[in-house]
Ligand binder design. Structure first.
Ligand SMILES: [Zn+2]
Length: 564
């Protein structure tokens, strides 16, 4: 098994032992070569791209606005200059057809049952709801409520909360997060405190649809959800974005909703049940779903608007294995015009988020031009609609220009910080795949330590573009420089990141300045170069670790493609 790190090897790395001998041992015989020479990072080029894309002229890069063609032209020009080829059958662009749905005219959510007075809940205060189907009207009537615990079907763990159920016509009532999130460590079946994809609310709605449920209701709870009701309420209010699908989303449930915890408590009480008791039961393997003997009514209207945006696809063909691909991705879109600040500035320029990622794409293409092509082909993907729910990457992954089973892995870049060089790397998602082997080696070559993610329970790995690929099996890095800065250490790094989160993130003040210290960004781009080039010059197919939630889909995809 090439590419796998055994325990002893990992222990040696953690202990900081010299590991040249181990690397050349049989375990690593076919491990990717770290690039012997790393071309210099073209910092002036990065500055120029970031400055241009985040200038007021680009109006904050909202998709499908007058700004979009300017953004696309700029990216294509940079890709051309780096010698890339148009990646999509002779075109630089991939159309991303989208659907914008704005719901209104919500009825109350009414819960009825024998011997109880009907309960009526209010939109916003008690519940939020939406439809993933592109239809003008949504109506759920007399749908039987079934408490399905965490709503998880994980065959690799022998865990199925829907076992023996026929959900047709019914509404699943589901707990957020996964059964072992309250553990301190990460040894539980669902990685303990660390959130797995089974814990994400997006998964809950997808699985309910696969089970044929008419509707799904997730019970909000602040700690396991990782945010308060206000966040749920604001993100489910106003326009919601989807990629167009051939079936107009008809394979989805009729309606999806969240309810406040107190609402769930009231509903369960009316059913003669108790949320605390049922939650405890749902944490046990073999938990059996509980029909509540109640029904739910809900209706609302949907205004539907269709639009098109674009991903930009550049290709650097490989020298020897041109039909194997390594991805670099970064989203080009941002929020566009937004709420004005005190000075009246209403352009959310998105300099850090994510003009820096596109600047890094340009710099990486430029470095590879100088180094010459790698063995495998490299794909440079500037995706759209990340801020609307990672739709551009989702669309690419569902309609890949290069087959996913031929895509070895990749690096996504979202928000490089202008805060100077660091001494550490942060890995989001933890040690999920055999990519860790390459990462550890690059860390060593660059003399960087590794800092674990500070909030593994929040599931950040499942919230940016790399996840669109991971979900369909392609192993993806979500790594970046950490906060242990060469100048000022952790105190300075944490202060800088706090300052960004509070004063700039998703605000008009996320702007470029010539005073930016680019040394950390250059260091980070070098890290990305070594990771991508390491994969592109290697021969291996790193997989997810056994037991990881994406292992089965990768195995299947590789097997289907005759790779194994
Ligand atoms: Zn971003």
């Amino acid at each position: 098994m090439p590419y796998r790190v055994d325990r002893a090897f990992r222990a040696a790395l953690v202990a900081g032992a010299a590991c040249a001998a181990l690397i050349s041992s049989a375990t690593f015989a076919a491990a990717p070569a770290a690039p012997a020479k790393v071309p210099p990072v073209n910092v002036p080029l990065m500055r120029q791209v970031i400055k241009t894309l985040s200038s007021d002229e680009f109006e904050g890069r909202a998709p499908s606005t007058a700004a979009e063609p300017k953004v696309l032209d700029e990216i294509v020009a940079r890709f051309k200059a780096a010698g890339l080829k148009p990646g999509n059958k002779g075109s630089w662009l991939q159309d991303v057809p989208t659907v914008e749905i704005t719901a209104s005219q919500f009825s109350p959510m009414v819960v009825k049952g024998k011997g109880i007075a009907p309960m009526s809940f209010t939109i916003g205060k008690d519940f939020v709801a939406g439809s993933y189907r592109f239809v003008p009207q949504t109506k759920v009537a007399d749908s039987e409520l079934v408490f399905v615990g965490y709503g998880i079907n994980a065959p690799e763990l022998g865990w199925n909360d829907y076992a023996g159920l026929d959900m047709k016509g019914k509404t699943a009532v589901i707990l957020v997060n996964d059964p072992d999130y309250e553990m301190q460590g990460e040894d539980g079946p669902f990685k303990g405190r660390r959130m797995t994809y089974y814990g994400r609310w997006t998964y809950k709605f997808e699985e309910a649809a696969r089970q044929g449920a008419t509707a799904a209701i997730v019970i909000h709870d602040t700690y396991p959800a990782a945010y308060g009701w206000n966040v749920v309420q604001s993100s489910w209010t106003g326009a919601q974005y989807f990629v167009q699908s051939a079936n107009d989303g008809m394979d989805q449930t009729v309606a999806n909703a969240w309810v406040q915890k107190s609402v769930a408590e009231a509903i369960l009480k009316a059913a003669g049940q108790d949320l605390t008791t049922l939650t405890a039961a749902a944490k046990q393997k073999g938990f059996k779903a509980v029909p509540l003997g109640l029904t739910m009514d809900l209706s609302f209207d949907n205004a539907i608007r269709k639009a098109t945006s674009h991903n930009v696809v550049g290709l650097l063909p490989g020298k020897t294995r041109a039909h194997e691909y390594v991805l670099y991705s970064a989203h080009w879109d941002h929020l566009g015009r937004c709420e004005a600040d005190k000075t009246g500035d209403d352009i959310c320029n998105g300099a850090v988020d994510n003009a820096t990622g596109v600047g890094a794409l340009a710099a990486l293409a430029d470095m590879n031009r100088r180094a010459g092509p790698a063995a495998r082909s490299q794909v440079f993907l500037a995706v759209t609609l990340e801020e609307s729910g990672t739709l551009g990457s989702e669309y690419y992954a569902a309609n890949p220009v290069f087959p996913l089973a031929r895509t070895v892995g990749g690096v996504n870049m979202d928000g490089l910080s202008p805060t100077g060089r660091a001494r550490d790397v942060t890995v989001t998602g933890g040690d999920k795949s055999e990519l860790t082997t390459l990462l550890r080696r690059v860390e060593e070559d660059m003399n960087l330590s590794e800092t674990p993610e500070s909030h593994p329970e929040r599931g950040y790995y499942y919230r940016s573009d790399h996840f669109s690929f991971a979900k369909l099996g392609v192993p993806m890095f979500d790594v970046g420089l950490g906060e242990d800065l060469e100048k000022g250490g952790r105190a300075a790094g944490e202060a800088a990141s706090e300052d960004y989160t509070v004063n700039r993130y998703h605000q008009p003040s996320d702007e470029y300045s010539d005073s930016w210290d680019m040394s950390g960004m250059a260091q980070e781009v070098e890290l990305f170069y070594r990771l991508g080039r390491g994969l592109a010059d290697g021969k291996d197919w790193p997989n997810w670790h056994p037991g990881d939630e994406f292992r089965a889909i990768r195995d299947k995809s590789l097997a289907d493609a005759g790779k194994k």
